[in-house]
Ligand binder design. Structure first.
Ligand SMILES: NC(=O)c1ccc[n+]([C@@H]2O[C@H](COP(=O)([O-])OP(=O)(O)OC[C@H]3O[C@@H](n4cnc5c(N)ncnc54)[C@H](O)[C@@H]3O)[C@@H](O)[C@H]2O)c1
Length: 246
């Protein structure tokens, strides 16, 4: 990762945070982006303290203009863009379809799906100028199976996988590899809204007998972002403690 420039959205917490720390440890220059400047700045401080290079840029991924500004910031600060990890996401409103509010539906689609289209649109433009790049979109196991009470989230993650495959068909021939990663339930603040009983039930869905850890997902993202994954494009990579094996 030496001298590679990486954008990571939602890098102030959970999987994004672990990914930012890992890329920085491997020598990348990391653009840490989040809607929350406090947590994002904190991650930059931790990277710098460990001897790495990082800058924070505040962006709401649900805004096309802010996605463009994020890419422009990367080019202005570090001269290029090599890897983009479109990770920011929300759990969204937990209701069955008949009870879901229209606002709740639109919000989860904006933050978890439109965001990735906006991100890729500007990231690909920058990478084409560079002649190479790797994009990793963070999907979920719920990008391939359903989950009660999460129709918006599930729809967004399924669509994200289809968009990833299509983007790979369009740009793999021009040096840009594009993949998605599908974690099962990972112990991050995203799950804080769940009570202990529900967490126990969730654990039982993973044959491995526990929830995943952010660092375990970050290792897969790092591999996909690196040149070691030079033949990997257009695929969806579950990392799920056996969840989808049932
Ligand atoms: N935790 C899980 O069980 C799990 C499982 C599968 C997939 N995922 C996916 O992994 C990704 C990261 O999730 P996590 O568990 O690390 O969550 P998290 O809540 O720990 O972190 C998400 C980060 O995204 C930021 N964010 C939220 N809305 C944003 C916006 N509009 N613009 C910019 N940043 C925004 C938050 O401030 C936060 O720092 C998400 O796409 C999520 O859907 C998580």
């Amino acid at each position: 990762m030496k001298n590679k420039v990486v954008i990571i959205t939602g890098a102030g917490s959970g999987i994004g945070e672990a990914t930012a720390l890992l890329f920085a440890k491997e020598g990348a220059k990391v653009v840490v982006s989040d809607i929350n400047d406090e947590t994002g700045e904190e991650v930059v401080k931790r990277i710098e303290k460990a001897g790495g290079t990082a800058s924070f840029f505040k962006a709401d991924v649900a805004s096309a203009a802010e996605n463009k500004a994020l890419v422009d910031f990367s080019i202005k600060t570090y001269g290029q863009l090599d890897v983009a990890v479109n990770n920011a996401g929300i759990g969204g409103e937990a209701n069955k379809i008949a009870d879901m509010t229209l606002e709740g539906w639109h919000r989860v689609i904006d933050v978890n799906l439109h965001s990735v289209f906006y991100g890729m649109k500007y990231q690909i433009e920058a990478m084409l100028k560079n002649g190479q790049g790797s994009i990793v979109n963070i999907s979920s196991i719920l990008g391939s199976v359903g989950f009660e009470g999460s129709a918006g989230y599930v729809a967004a993650k399924h669509a994200l996988n289809g968009m990833t495959r299509t983007a790979a068909l369009e740009y793999s021939g021009q040096g840009i590899r594009i993949n998605s990663v599908g974690p099962a339930f990972i112990d991050t603040p995203l799950l804080d809204q769940l009570d202990d009983e529900i967490k126990k039930q969730l654990i039982s869905l993973h044959p491995i007998g526990r929830l995943g850890r952010s660092k375990e997902v970050a290792e897969l993202i790092l591999w996909l972002g690196s040149d070691k994954a030079s033949f990997a494009t257009g695929s969806y990579y579950p990392i799920d403690g056996g969840y989808l094996a049932r």
